[in-house]
Design a protein around this ligand. Structure first.
Ligand SMILES: *[C@@H]1O[C@H](CO)[C@@H](O)[C@H](O)[C@H]1NC(C)=O
Ligand SMILES: *[C@@H]1O[C@H](CO)[C@@H](O)[C@H](O)[C@H]1NC(C)=O
Ligand SMILES: *[C@@H]1O[C@H](CO)[C@@H](O)[C@H](O)[C@H]1NC(C)=O
Ligand SMILES: *[C@@H]1O[C@H](CO)[C@@H](O)[C@H](O)[C@H]1NC(C)=O
Length: 340
């Protein structure tokens, strides 16, 4: 027990104790996972709690527990390195918690990251909180209606802290450039919804296209990846305010250096990680994560093709913008990237 306790204390040390109002020092599943690695206590844990119906085999569990421990360690280490190299100190405010969806019934907090299966996760969160039975019966536009899900910023400070401390917190991440190219393709190359063309496309064409036609200036419907990259790299863009959530970094959306997520799921292993999370949450077979139609999925090869079309200076600039996400979640620098 001494060994376990020691490990637990190390894990739960809040990194940014001094600069953080909202702390999450004792994540539930960290405790659960540490305990589960000790086979002596496993059977005791089996006897208690609603999770016992849906327990994984001990061997399966300990393998996954080790994997998820190493992902959390990776986040912690790169946060440490980052805080040593940057002087910036920052306190979280409720407004920073807009992306954390709350499920009180199962005590879950899910930080949604657009372009990482977030529509399906929102559908699942709706079902978990009693809105329907089958995630796939919920139309995608309903999953994105803010009235259908509660987010953490809507609570009082005391209630926020209570939830950060006791709920199981998770997020799903993806290779940063696949996510970025996926956002570009989805928002600028598809015709079905022109709201991004109007909001961002017109501005991008106006700023970065010489001799733009009147039609392009008005519709903003044919933004090239090169122009989108120019927009991202332009210091003016940062001055305009936070990036749109579809291309904002996970670091900025979910604050993983302040909020100690219990589970970091990956798009690359979506089904496994989703299944593990749902069982950890005690949901079991009641709700299944929808399996994906992958035909239009953005791949590494597609990302390579788009990046091959922009200058090395732009590639370097965009890599700098997303570097923190690469490090936090252990994605290696893409082989196609040319930095000079
Ligand atoms: C990081 O990724 C490398 C290579 O992809 C892998 O060998 C290593 O185990 C990963 N580390 C963690 C902490 O996930
Ligand atoms: C288009 O996208 C915007 C922003 O994502 C959304 O608010 C709007 O409801 C969408 N419109 C349609 C018709 O899907
Ligand atoms: C823009 O138009 C001017 C005049 O028609 C022309 O000289 C110039 O080459 C054009 N620039 C580009 C980038 O097409
Ligand atoms: C590359 O850029 C050219 C023009 O700049 C454009 O016509 C082409 O569609 C681009 N290809 C990709 C994959 O973005």
């Amino acid at each position: 027990y001494a060994r376990l306790l020691f490990r637990y204390l190390i894990l739960s040390l809040p990194l940014s104790f001094s600069q953080c109002l909202l702390l999450s020092p004792t994540p539930r599943s960290l405790r659960v996972l540490s305990v589960l690695q000790d086979s002596r206590t496993l059977s005791a844990w089996r006897m208690s709690g609603k999770q016992n119906r849906n327990l994984l085999k001990a061997s399966e569990f300990s393998g996954l527990a080790v994997l998820h421990q190493s992902r959390r360690d990776q986040v912690l280490e790169s946060c440490r390195a980052h805080s040593e190299s940057s002087r910036k100190r920052r306190v979280l405010t409720p407004d920073d918690l807009k992306h954390l969806v709350v499920d009180e019934d199962h005590q879950l907090l899910y930080c949604y990251v657009p372009k990482v299966a977030c529509t399906n996760w929102k559908r699942v969160m709706m079902v978990l909180t009693g809105r329907g039975n089958d995630p796939m019966e919920i139309p995608s536009n309903e999953a994105h209606l803010s009235a259908n899900l509660k987010t953490l910023n809507q609570y009082s400070i005391a209630d926020i802290n209570h939830r950060l401390k006791h709920y199981l917190k998770f997020l799903f991440v993806r290779e940063p450039f696949e996510r970025l190219v996926s956002a570009y393709r989805n928002k600028f190359t598809l015709k079905y919804n022109s709201s991004f063309h109007k909001r961002f496309g017109t501005r991008i064409v106006r700023r970065y296209r010489k001799n733009a036609t009147a039609d392009a200036l008005l519709s903003g419907a044919d933004v090239q990846f090169r122009e989108f990259a120019e927009y991202l790299a332009d210091p003016l863009t940062a001055r305009d305010g936070p990036l749109n959530e579809h291309w904002q970094t996970v670091y900025q959306l979910c604050h993983p250096c302040h909020i100690h997520y219990d589970l970091v799921g990956k798009y690359e292993t979506l089904e496994e990680d989703a299944g593990f999370l749902l069982r950890l949450a005690g949901v079991g077979d009641g709700v299944r994560f929808p399996t994906y139609a992958k035909s239009t999925r953005t791949t590494d090869a597609m990302a390579a093709a788009f990046f091959g079309n922009i200058s090395t200076a732009q590639q370097a600039h965009i890599y700098r913008l997303y570097r923190q996400d690469f490090l936090l979640f252990n994605y290696s620098q893409p082989a196609y990237l040319r930095l000079e």
